[in-house]
Write a protein that binds this ligand. Structure first.
Ligand SMILES: NC(=O)c1ccc[n+]([C@@H]2O[C@H](COP(=O)([O-])OP(=O)(O)OC[C@H]3O[C@@H](n4cnc5c(N)ncnc54)[C@H](O)[C@@H]3O)[C@@H](O)[C@H]2O)c1
Length: 419
């Protein structure tokens, strides 16, 4: 088996992390048990470009239990857990091409190794694998039954490809499933972004002025949690309804040009580029901390920050670079502007990834059953899958809910009664 991981001797630690996460992933475990019997992906090659974490390891185990030959590569150069990568290779016989801190050329070499596997199903977090299958490796695209996309930024890229008429195979927007973004983006990113910032800086949230750029699913989650820890939270937005929602949720809303003067910590969660740029850095206070939890490292204009600086002190603390501006103010950039929750912490807790990855696993079965029948388009996850995942999660939490009575079903489906 070919693979490229940092150090196989880390495997025993990685195996413990994988089993620890598995304890909190009961829905995925139930699916794995069923897949092990029915083998819905028998002998199929599957390549997944995902963050290499203990939760992803349990998804890979599930796909393997279903009969698939699975290869993994990283969806971000800084998010790989080298211990988990080693354990996947050594203990679970799953090929991994991912090394934490890999450079751009190795990152793409690894994606290409996953394509060399000749997959019929792909999974992506940010659409880099699919993009490669539409550009440099487009001759390999004919084989793909479908691809599944895990994050908002990936879905945006894929919808743009669909609109431009260049999409070559069906894609499932797993991110857009309620079982994914309601929980993973909001509670997962919300909590783990706080975790990553604290681990990187030892920052006290209480009483601090924190500026949150973007009040989408991730931004709401982070803003809510930062406030819960006593921070004074300011939200910046470009979309009026979201801005209004933030205001009515009790946050102060203002443009970045004003917030830049106030903030002690800035966090971008927009999926957009150059959200914090030169004009904002110039206004910031001495020792302002800047971090990103959106998918790509483009939300903070790092080249502009470099141009404004007379000196950069790398790694004044792990994951912290100190930029000394020409006006002598210092700005601390965390994790090189990459996803702070994955670079400096463990990413989302397993309990929330349970639902995202259960949705992924059931989708893999779904697209296989519909091989050749799905239109070349970006598809939503069918509501039956969302309901199945939610019901299993509630069961795992020992929560029961009410059922509609026959009278209620009748009432909700008729226009006859008003009183
Ligand atoms: N860190 C993680 O683990 C993680 C997890 C899930 C998603 N993501 C990524 O986080 C990003 C946000 O995802 P989401 O699901 O919250 O998306 P979303 O679409 O729900 O929210 C993004 C928000 O940002 C706002 N926005 C866009 N440009 C802006 C600007 N210049 N200034 C202020 N606000 C702006 C939009 O109006 C929108 O409300 C995406 O890149 C997504 O891929 C990261």
């Amino acid at each position: 088996m070919k693979y490229d991981v940092a150090d196989l001797s880390l495997a025993s630690e990685g195996k413990k992390l994988i089993f620890w996460a598995d304890n909190d992933m009961p829905v995925l475990a139930a699916i794995r048990k069923r897949f092990a019997k029915s083998k819905p992906l028998r002998a199929m090659n599957v390549s997944a470009c995902l963050h290499i974490t203990s939760e992803t390891a349990n998804l890979a185990r599930t796909l393997k239990a279903a009969g698939a030959n699975v290869v993994l590569c990283a969806s971000n150069p800084l998010s790989t857990n080298d211990k988990v990568a080693a354990a996947l290779v050594k203990d679970f016989n799953i090929a991994v091409f991912a090394v934490c801190g890999e450079n751009r050329s190795t990152y793409y070499k690894h994606i290409n190794a996953a394509i060399d596997h000749k997959p019929v199903i792909t999974l992506d977090d940010g659409a880099d694998l699919v993009n490669e299958l539409h550009t440099r490796r487009r001759k390999e695209a004919h084989r793909i039954i479908a691809s599944m996309e895990e994050t908002t930024t990936g879905v945006i890229r894929l919808r743009a490809m669909e609109k431009a008429g260049i999409l070559k195979f069906p894609v499932i927007a797993v991110n857009d499933a309620a079982t994914k973004h309601f929980f993973d983006n909001r509670y997962g990113t919300g909590q783990s972004t706080v975790d990553g910032i604290i681990r990187a800086t030892d920052f006290l949230m209480a009483g601090k002025k924190i500026v949150v750029a973007g009040y989408g699913w991730c931004g709401r989650g982070f803003a809510m949690r930062a406030r819960g820890m006593g921070a004074i939270v300011v939200v910046t937005e470009v979309e009026p309804i979201k801005a209004l929602e933030a205001a009515m949720d009790g946050f102060t809303v203002m443009p970045m040009a004003e917030a830049a003067k106030l903030g002690e910590l800035f966090v971008t969660l927009t999926g957009n580029k150059s959200v914090i740029r030169a004009e904002h850095f110039r206004l910031m206070q001495d020792r302002a901390v800047v971090a990103n939890s959106g998918h790509f490292n483009v939300e903070i204009d790092i080249p502009a920050l470099k141009r404004l600086s007379k000196k950069v002190n790398r790694h004044v603390r792990k994951h912290v670079d100190e930029y000394v501006l020409k006006n002598n103010k210092r700005i601390y950039l965390l994790a090189e502007g990459r996803l702070i929750n994955l670079a400096a912490a463990d990413g989302h807790p397993a309990s929330v990834m349970d639902m995202s990855f259960a949705t992924q696993a059931l989708e893999a079965e779904y697209v296989t059953k519909r091989k050749g029948k799905l239109a070349v388009a970006v598809h939503d996850v069918p509501v039956e899958i969302e309901q199945r995942v939610s019901a299993l999660k509630l069961k795992s939490m020992s929560l029961d809910i009410d059922e509609l009575t026959a009278e209620q079903v009748d009432y909700l489906t008729s226009s006859a009664e008003g009183t």
